[in-house]
Design a protein around this ligand. Sequence first.
Ligand code: FAD
Ligand code: NAI
Length: 475
Amino acid sequence: PPKKGWPRLRALKRLVQLGVIGGIGYTSYVTYTSRHPMEQLPFDPKKRTVVILGTGWGAISFLRKINTDDYNVVAVSPRNYFLFTPLLPSCTVGTIELRSIMEPVRFITRHKSRNVKFYESECTDIDPESKTISITDVSDVKGAVTNTTIPYDYLVVAIGADNQTFGMAGVREFACFLKEIWDAQKIRTRLMDCIESAGFASQTPEEVDRLLHMVVVGGGPTGVEYAAELHDFLKDDLELWYPELADKLKITLVEALPNVLPMFSSQLIQYTERTFKQNKIEVLTKTMVKEVADKEIKVLDADKNIVSIPYGLLVWATGNCPRPLARKMMARLKHTQTSPRGILVDNYMRVAGANDIYAIGDCTFTKYAPTAQVASQQGNYLASVFDNLARIEEGQDKKITPFEYSHQGSLAYIGSDKAIADLPFLNGNVSVGGVATFVFWRSAYISTQFSFRNKFLVMGDWLKSTVFGRDVSRE
Ligand code: FAD
Ligand code: NAI
């Protein structure tokens, strides 16, 4: 008998069924292969050993791409996971859970053709003469051996950067940074502590105001995105669960320059400042923090007056400075390493003044901004350099070309489901901002998640916080 219904509708139904089956098949395949890594080749003493320092954007891009058929690879880092930093501000308020943006380094190393040794430790010294590095176990639990040296043929330094404090007393002691997992945890705990203490029986009104004053120092993208996430938390959740306190909670962003987000186009800067004004986030521009104490900061304001600002939570996001290891290596190579701002490299990412040492990402000082985009492109580039080096050694005619950066645009979340984007377009630039850009921001970050597992977890967290709201329990 002839089938009922419209042929187009039937075709659509079939297409959907195929899509669902395909989706389930793909998900099962990805899950199976990621959970069941294959057998790996052992270390080969005849191959050269590449040691990579770090498990951040630069190092992990390098690790993913390096061909372990050609090299023995050793990775050293105090943290045994990769962290997707662009979504870290969302973790400070529980829009996303921390583990969703972490990827264990073993999930990457176990999928290489040759076994990659990973040592969870900090590199404390690099000796370019003997071609060795010193490493220290910095975890709380230690075995009998806690310090050792390991040799390298090639060394890749991808240790990122430290938080810039300008040597100001009190910053490390009283402020929270926003760079690592533990920073986000600390902010989340301290924020909830401030709110609960403000609600303590018979709390004085001055102390309520101080405890509920959240001050962010630094109007770069880290400071702006944190203030935006905090605003959303206040509007979506705190107003419901702490109705007696929420209207007293105040967010202030302090920036030394005349405007926030200097790397974005002027129209997006204005748009951000307007959005912050609507969201009642006070932006103090031309205001420089001069002193940090446990309950207040002193700033030099736009009128050149010293003003005290009491705070409950202080988030410090004033950019980067070199890590102690980078400084130590630069001091060893002081004739060629002449910049205090980071390791100097040539266009092939070779460290100036050293043989067989390369550096990528935030630990370097180059013409590029210290971003994940730059670090990951440099990691990919360097892996292809090593590929070419191996081919050249085999006698093939390969050329090593300098690193070229391809800018994919800048994105930032500014709160109330709005984001801003400066995107390259036909040799120019397009600046967009608003709710549609927020949708783009979310899809861009989903597509750049490290693994299928991360994509799944982050989307689950977004759904969870939309349906149930954010969790207001203390970490
Ligand atoms: P990192 O990713 O910082 O990695 C450094 C690694 O080195 C870490 O694994 C660390 O544990 C390890 N390490 C440190 N010391 C040692 C040692 N002594 N020995 C061995 N290992 C060591 N960039 C963008 O492009 N887009 C964004 O949206 C964006 N958002 C951001 C949001 C936040 C909150 C932050 C903080 C940064 C953001 N960035 C963004 C910048 C981006 O995260 C950095 O540029 C990027 O992480 C740099 O990569 P990296 O590999 O050089 O360093
Ligand atoms: P930043 O260097 O971009 O901004 C720091 C800000 O702090 C500057 O505007 C500076 O003027 C201000 N500042 C410094 N000292 C001050 C003081 N004493 N008082 C008041 N203000 C002071 O640092 P940020 O935001 O931590 O970013 C670091 C890097 O990571 C940048 O390259 C940035 O592009 C990248 N990043 C990118 C993001 C994105 O693309 N969405 C998000 C977060 C970071």
